[in-house]
Design a protein around this ligand. Structure first.
Ligand SMILES: C[S@@+](CC[C@H](N)C(=O)[O-])C[C@H]1O[C@@H](n2cnc3c(N)ncnc32)[C@H](O)[C@@H]1O
Length: 367
């Protein structure tokens, strides 16, 4: 996301396009880190494409179901039309180190993904095993952290979006796919800043992976002692009522970068709608695909994972796997019986000027 783009008529338009509370997040340091990591991931994608022979006649055999992933990699390696060739990955990482080392955990995860791709494409190992191997375990807490500006942006924008959409009165919050708890911490900060922490009567933190759940419990217990936080393993692909979440019992359902992995997005949204009380809201902090088919750099990592890569598709509502466009989210909300709220920030306006902008909070109210 260069600050001055062809769409910005030679001006820095951040102050016109972003709400004031988000401006400090999109400072020059962050924007430069975004440019660097995009260049880095493209350089890694090019190396994978070369190594796996995806771009030429020598293309090796791919495991079943990997054609789409191979196409995405080729697309990520190609980059935008007219984009200059990236530098060597080491040079880009060295510049990041000098510019802002706090963003390096994203580089480490991207590097782990690059190392995994060739064997995953050949079907020798599953992406889940490779990405979450014991050797990579130590990388994740640093990546899913509010100290990593490249990940924290999802949490902070999502939490601000949630704070804007909060219903009045007591708050029973349900978080899905809470991972290591960094989004929860961001939401609790935002509730505090909005003077709503005192309204919190229940914060139900849920997550699928027991090791993440245990770690989040330790972190949140230490960082936010005394709050009414309950912890449970919950699968967004299964009925929520069967997992102890009573229909109509939630005022705010929220998740950061989780609901796009739902196997059947329509079914998961219907479950979330049923869990909310009338007037309750769903807020999703999500990486957004700016336009259909446009690559987004975090996909280089998450396309390794089968739920990300292979959800149930639907020509109208879920036309491609992975991250969704803002329009696709809103169409899915409507189809699931929600009233969509304005997207926070206004990514449709922003992407016309900054096409690489890809974070937003999608809100929807249960009528
Ligand atoms: C991108 S991470 C979100 C991390 C989290 N926001 C944080 O701050 O640490 C997505 C999370 O969704 C979880 N997840 C994946 N599939 C899920 C499912 N079917 N049901 C619930 N959670 C799931 C993953 O284990 C992971 O923790």
């Amino acid at each position: 996301m260069p600050i001055v783009t062809p769409g910005s008529e030679g001006r820095d338009m951040r102050a016109e396009l972003l709400p004031p509370e988000l401006l400090p997040l999109f400072d020059d340091r962050f924007v430069r880190s975004c440019d660097l990591v995009e260049e880095y991931v493209r350089a890694l994608a090019m190396a994978v494409v070369r190594e796996a022979g995806l771009d030429g006649a020598t293309r090796g055999p791919l495991a079943a179901g990997m054609d789409g992933a191979a196409e995405r990699l080729v697309c990520a390696a190609r980059g935008e039309a007219g984009a200059p060739a990236p530098r060597e990955p080491e040079a880009i990482a060295a510049e990041q180190q000098a510019h802002d080392p706090a963003a390096l955990p994203t580089y480490r995860i991207a590097e782990a993904a690059a190392a995994a791709w060739p064997a995953v494409l050949r079907g020798e190992v599953r992406g889940e095993e490779a990405l979450f191997s014991p050797a990579n375990a130590a990388l994740w807490p640093d990546y899913f952290s509010n100290d990593n500006p490249l990940y924290a942006i999802n949490n902070r924008v999502g939490a601000q979006g949630a704070a804007h959409a909060l219903p009045a009165g007591p708050l029973r919050v349900l978080e899905l796919g809470g991972g290591l708890g960094s989004a929860s911490l961001a939401l609790l900060d935002a509730l505090e800043a909005a003077g709503r922490l005192g309204d919190l009567v229940e914060y139900r933190f849920t997550e699928l992976a027991p090791p993440f759940l245990r770690r989040a419990q330790r972190t949140l217990g230490a960082r936010r002692p005394g709050l009414p936080i309950a912890y449970a393993r919950t699968d967004i692909d299964q009925p929520l009522a069967g997992q102890g979440i009573a229909p109509g019992s939630v005022d705010l359902a929220w998740a950061v970068n989780t609901v796009h992995v739902a196997r059947d997005l329509g079914a998961t949204l219907a479950e979330l709608r049923a869990a909310l009380r009338p007037g309750g809201v769903l807020v999703l902090g999500e990486c957004l695909r700016p336009y259909p088919g446009a690559p987004v750099y975090p996909e280089f990592v998450f396309h390794l994972l089968e739920p990300f890569r292979a959800p149930r598709l639907d020509a109208a509502l879920r036309p491609e796997p992975g991250f969704l466009t803002p329009e696709a989210w809103q169409a899915s909300f409507l189809a699931a019986g929600f009233e969509p709220l304005p997207i926070y920030p206004d990514v449709v306006r922003i992407r016309a000027v900054y096409p690489a902008f890809f974070v937003g909070a999608l809100g929807a109210r249960r009528p």
